[in-house]
Design a protein around this ligand. Structure first.
Ligand code: AMP
Length: 284
């Protein structure tokens, strides 16, 4: 595996790959890699000739009171991790090269970014879609891989690729979980032991939502209520939102049919965690 640190070297490499018709698959990450990232790298390895992983903690997607400074940075381990997982290239651009003085362009996706994460974290998705656009222009992949854990992010990127005629396919892969159901996240390392214990309630609450749907409940409001009741059994958990949303438009679903995404954002102490499941609504 080769580590590339400059934008120009990365561009040169991807131009060469394209010239000799080698497909490129790309996994953008912020590092502190875990099995969720590994699954994306494996899926990428399965389909593409060249596997590029980027590691960049993107300041643009953090709010002024969010955890940019505290975000875990573990470059030495991440490098080994990528090599073992089967990456060919680890691209690690630096902040100043990505956003030099005078940088002034933002890529802003509309409706699908406005609710849920977009409402709780203003400008977050503008930062995400701006950096993904830049990285995709630099890496020039055929496919880009995202995790279902950040469902709204994956949909926003998909919309952006479509709207901007970027010839790249967005591939979404399932959420990888700890054995007790907690979705793997770089932020889980911030949880104190009692908070880590309480965090399992997130997945239990999502499962309860799915169970109620399978039992015949079709009211979005009542499913939200059922999910909130489970979350509220843990005193250290503060609910930010519970979303009952359409999988494509992300609009709130009042009456459930087809498929529905149940999404949760909570604060546990100072740590903000998100998770979701997609439920197929049985026809009664
Ligand atoms: P991050 O480094 O947190 O920005 O995440 C990089 C990519 O990994 C994003 O596409 C995430 O959705 C994905 N990801 C993070 N956690 C998981 C997980 N537990 N399972 C699957 N994908 C994940």
């Amino acid at each position: 595996m080769k580590v590339i640190k400059t934008i120009s070297a990365m561009q040169k490499y991807s131009t060469h790959c394209r010239k000799i018709s080698r497909s490129i698959g790309f996994v953008p990450t912020m590092g502190a890699l875990h099995d969720g990232h590994r699954a994306l790298i494996k899926a990428d390895r399965h389909t593409n000739r060249i596997v590029v992983v980027s590691l960049f903690v993107n300041p643009l997607q953090f709010g002024p009171r969010e955890d940019f400074q505290q975000y875990p940075r573990t470059l030495t381990q991440d490098r080994l991790f990528c090599e073992k997982a089967g990456a060919d290239i680890l691209f690690v651009p630096n902040g100043h090269a990505m956003y030099p003085d005078g940088f002034q362009t933002t890529v802003l996706v509309g409706k699908v970014t406005q609710g849920y994460e977009g409402q709780s974290r203003p400008a977050h998705f503008d930062g995400v879609t701006t950096v993904v656009t830049k990285l995709c222009h630099i890496v020039a992949p055929d496919r880009v891989y995202f995790g279902q854990k950040d469902y709204q992010q994956a949909i926003a990127v998909k919309q952006m690729l479509l709207d901007l005629n970027m010839p790249i396919k967005m591939v979404m892969r399932p959420t990888v979980r700890e054995s007790d159901g907690l979705a793997m996240s770089s932020r889980n390392t911030h949880l104190k032991p009692n908070e880590r214990g309480a965090a399992t309630v997130i997945y239990h609450a999502l499962k309860e939502g799915g169970r109620q749907i399978r039992l015949g409940e079709r009211s979005g409001a009542r499913i939200r209520g059922a999910i909130e009741r489970v979350l509220n059994t843990e005193a250290v958990v503060n609910v930010d939102y519970v979303g009952i949303m359409h999988p494509d438009t992300l609009e709130e679903m009042k009456k459930l049919t087809g498929r529905v995404v149940l999404a949760i954002a909570v604060y546990i102490g100072k740590t903000r965690l998100i998770d979701n499941v997609i439920v197929r609504v049985p026809t009664l």
